[in-house]
Design a protein around this ligand. Structure first.
Ligand code: HEM
Length: 512
């Protein structure tokens, strides 16, 4: 570098002066741009008082990994409707803690906030989760039939099979060492991946026993970890800095691993599509799945989905379809371990429902009233998607008259809404009776929103509820679940709700 400068100085000093001048003007322009940006943000949130923030780091310094939820809840108690959260000096969003505010946002059609969701783009592309406008509408309409009641019905035995494989593995582990504490998140992730592969992609991966797809589960873990890290690291918000950093390189490498799996799934199906010829022939062999719908989709001009669109949807559903449910199931197993009296009541209900059979059937799912109440209570305390965010495409006025202008970012904290003490009495207490028919009817319409609400709600929610019910029922019929007081979980938002130290439980095989 010094050598280059010396050469420029000796050959043409004017070039150097010009260069320094350009750099100076660039820095000046950038600084004034940031100054105006900060002023604009301060104006945007002027009606919303919030916790004090550092002029440079914003709230990032106060929120340590492992303590994020506690901090956000502490602030939510002080600002029960909403407060601005600063990510450094030049980025902020309004964190919503109250269902009245959430209702106002969920009812609209604002796009996802690309400040955060753009970090997902290299991985899941512009699939249903990220799309917006007419293209989102077209894809949503296209994919909705894939979640029809008649289709979901056929998935139940497939999910039962996947759950049984997992429970058989657990039985063997317990037989070896009855006091062994089991980290369930990883096992459950493989089980839910197995299920979504069989149901949505008619793909027998045997990933639970052959473990060939461990690399995909690991890639998803890495990617969610890296996205969460990136939102917290000021300099990594800039693409150039990020892609040059070691986190950026890890992210690229994990994306490659994730795509390797989804590309293989698409490739295999394309081949069999060619061999089978037409959909009618396939339909005679098996029900049409999500991938059939995608591959055969045509718009009004008879044009199918582009390769890029197809890959984005497969990546989106592969991730959304297994990681969220893995979180939901793992946390409810933990909640059951912590609450033995509710666990026993569920088991009795399940024994009555299933009778002599050893497997759950579609018809049983609607009869598990108390178990469903426990599942909902666990989704309240441990929502698998703890927050969602939007960028307002027009101004909004909330119920108390406060407003935000077009362009503002809002983050609906599902976690805070579910624990808001002005909505839920003793919010930290596990109490399934909150979801009895009588109590539910008195609940605020947006007090319980694990699957979001409004037009952008979760398309897979029925599938997810069925999968959670099957997994919980089969597990409780086979095992008693006990807590491991030595290894209590530490909830962390890592896109989905994970535990920093895993979710550990003890299992006792039931007789008969
Ligand atoms: C317990 C399990 C699940 C939970 C808690 C959950 C939660 C959510 C939430 C909160 C959203 C809104 C996201 C946002 O606004 O940014 C969402 C959207 C979505 N979910 Fe789920 N989800 C679950 C399972 C699933 C499953 C099993 C699938 C697929 C099989 C799925 C596919 C999707 C898709 C594609 C979207 C985007 C929908 C759209 O914008 O039109 N989810 N989910």
């Amino acid at each position: 570098m010094a050598f280059m400068l010396e050469r420029i100085m000796t050959t043409s000093p004017h070039v150097l002066y010009l260069l320094i001048g350009f750099i100076f003007i660039f820095v000046l322009l950038k600084a004034s741009q940031l100054y105006w940006k900060r002023r604009e943000l301060l104006k945007t949130f002027k009606m919303f008082p919030g916790p004090p923030s550092h002029w440079f780091y914003g709230h990032n310094k106060e929120i340590q990994r492992g303590q994020e939820f506690n901090k956000l809840l502490e602030w939510a108690e002080k600002y029960p409707y909403a407060f601005p959260r600063w990510f450094g000096s030049f980025a902020a969003s309004l964190v919503i803690n109250h269902p009245d505010y959430a209702r106002a946002v969920f009812a609209r059609q604002d796009p996802k906030s690309m400040v955060t969701y753009r970090f997902f783009l290299p991985w899941i592309g512009k699939g249903l989760l990220i799309l917006h406008g007419p293209k989102w509408f077209q894809h949503r309409r296209l994919l909705t039939p894939g979640f029809h009641y008649d289709i979901l019905k056929h998935y139940v035995p497939l999910i039962v099979d996947s759950t049984k494989v997992m429970l058989d593995k657990w039985e063997k582990l317990v037989a070896k060492d009855a006091m062994k504490s089991l980290e369930v998140f990883e096992h459950v992730s493989l089980m839910t991946l197995d299920s979504i592969m069989k149901c949505a992609f008619s793909y027998q991966s045997n990933c639970q026993t052959h473990r060939e797809l461990d690399y995909y589960v690991k890639a998803v873990y890495d990617l969610t970890y890296l996205v969460a890290q990136r939102t917290r690291t000021l300099f990594h918000r800039n693409d150039l800095f990020y892609w040059c950093s070691s986190d950026g390189r890890h992210f690229r490498e994990a994306c490659k691993r994730a795509h390797q799996h989804t590309e293989k799934v698409i490739e295999d199906r394309r081949k069999s599509f060619k061999e089978e010829g037409e959909l009618k022939k396939i339909q005679k062999k098996r029900h049409l799945d999500f991938l059939d719908i995608l591959l055969s989709a045509k718009d009004e001009n008879e044009v199918g989905l582009s390769d890029e669109d197809l890959r984005a949807e497969v990546d989106t559903f592969m991730f959304e379809g297994h990681d969220t449910t893995a979180s939901g199931i793992s946390w409810i197993l933990y909640a059951m371990a912590q609450n033995p009296e509710h666990q026993q009541r569920c088991r009795e209900e399940l024994k009555d429902t299933v009778g002599e059979r050893d497997t759950v059937q579609w018809e049983d799912l609607g009869k598990m009233t108390y178990t469903t109440m426990c599942i909902k209570e666990s989704l309240r305390l441990y929502p698998p998607v703890p927050a969602v965010s939007r960028q307002l495409n027009k101004p909004i006025t909330f119920c108390d008259g406060r407003t935000l202008p077009k362009g503002s970012r809002v983050a609906i904290s599902i976690y805070n809404i579910h624990r808001n003490p002005s909505i839920w009495q003793d919010p930290e207490v596990f109490d399934p009776t909150r979801f009895s028919l009588e109590n539910s009817s008195q609940q605020h319409s947006h007090a319980f929103v694990p699957f979001a609400a409004g037009p952008r709600n979760c398309i897979g929610q029925q599938f997810a509820m069925n999968e959670i019910k099957v997994a919980v029922a089969q597990t409780l019929l086979q095992f008693e679940i006990l807590p491991d007081p030595e290894k209590l979980p530490l909830p962390v938002p890592q896109v989905i709700l994970r535990s920093d130290n895993g979710i550990h439980i003890l299992l006792k095989k039931l007789n008969g």
